[in-house]
Ligand binder design. Structure first.
Ligand SMILES: *[C@@H]1O[C@H](CO)[C@@H](O)[C@H](O)[C@H]1NC(C)=O
Ligand SMILES: *[C@@H]1O[C@H](CO)[C@@H](O)[C@H](O)[C@H]1NC(C)=O
Ligand SMILES: [Cu+2]
Length: 190
């Protein structure tokens, strides 16, 4: 293949790498409740789940649940507080619902099955104004030494730092993908 072809291909690969980076940087996907999903079993603490996260406009939250037992409703602040499921602004019931957080401010969700919201199946997701980009570094306090009994790697207890770590992990995967695409482009050009 000619030099021109190689250069064009390299440019295309580089453009793809930039697109990958930009795409991931602009929208994150969060599973509500993480592995626990959207449920009332075990009384998940959705406030704790949300508290460590910095939601941005166009991020996506995914509700996964058994649709025989639950649903998802977007409600007003007052209805959220009162667990009133009678006038939702939107309802989802596929069992695997992706909701785009397309505005700043609070997004209130609850399960409309009687008793579930009162039992804690509700979540208030606050989307910050996306002013000055994403935080480049989220400080992650080290677990204060102590140690000893080992196995500190996967502590099962709820931990507010889990969220920023996940976010950073997502970014670094994107960065790795983009970096390898860029080096491929460089190799083609050389
Ligand atoms: C939910 O849907 C997405 C695609 O929209 C799919 O990738 C994912 O595997 C589904 N999850 C479950 C638990 O069905
Ligand atoms: C935001 O999402 C809601 C519900 O998904 C939709 O009704 C509304 O039109 C969207 N707004 C914009 C500006 O896209
Ligand atoms: Cu429910």
């Amino acid at each position: 293949m000619g030099v021109g072809g190689a250069a064009r291909r390299a440019a295309a690969v580089a453009a793809l790498a930039v697109a990958v980076l930009a795409g991931v940087a602009s929208a994150a996907v969060y599973e509500v409740g993480d592995k626990t999903g959207w449920t009332i079993m075990g009384n998940p603490d959705y406030a704790a789940w949300a508290s460590g996260k910095r939601f941005k406009v166009n991020d996506v939250v995914v509700f996964t649940y058994n649709k025989q037992f639950h649903n998802v409703m977007a409600v007003s602040k007052a209805d959220y507080k009162n667990c009133d499921a009678n006038k939702p602004m939107a309802t989802w019931n596929s069992g695997n619902d992706s909701v785009v957080l397309n505005t700043t401010g609070h997004h209130y969700f609850l399960c409309g099955i009687p008793g579930h919201c009162a039992g804690g199946q509700k979540v208030d997701i606050r989307v910050a104004a996306s002013s000055s980009a994403a935080p480049s570094m989220v400080p992650t306090p080290e677990p204060s030494s102590g140690g000893g009994s080992g196995g500190a790697t996967a502590a099962p207890s709820p931990h507010p730092n889990a969220a920023p770590k996940a976010l950073l992990a997502g970014r670094s995967v994107a960065a790795t993908v983009a970096a390898s695409l860029l080096s491929l482009a460089a190799a083609v050009l050389a």
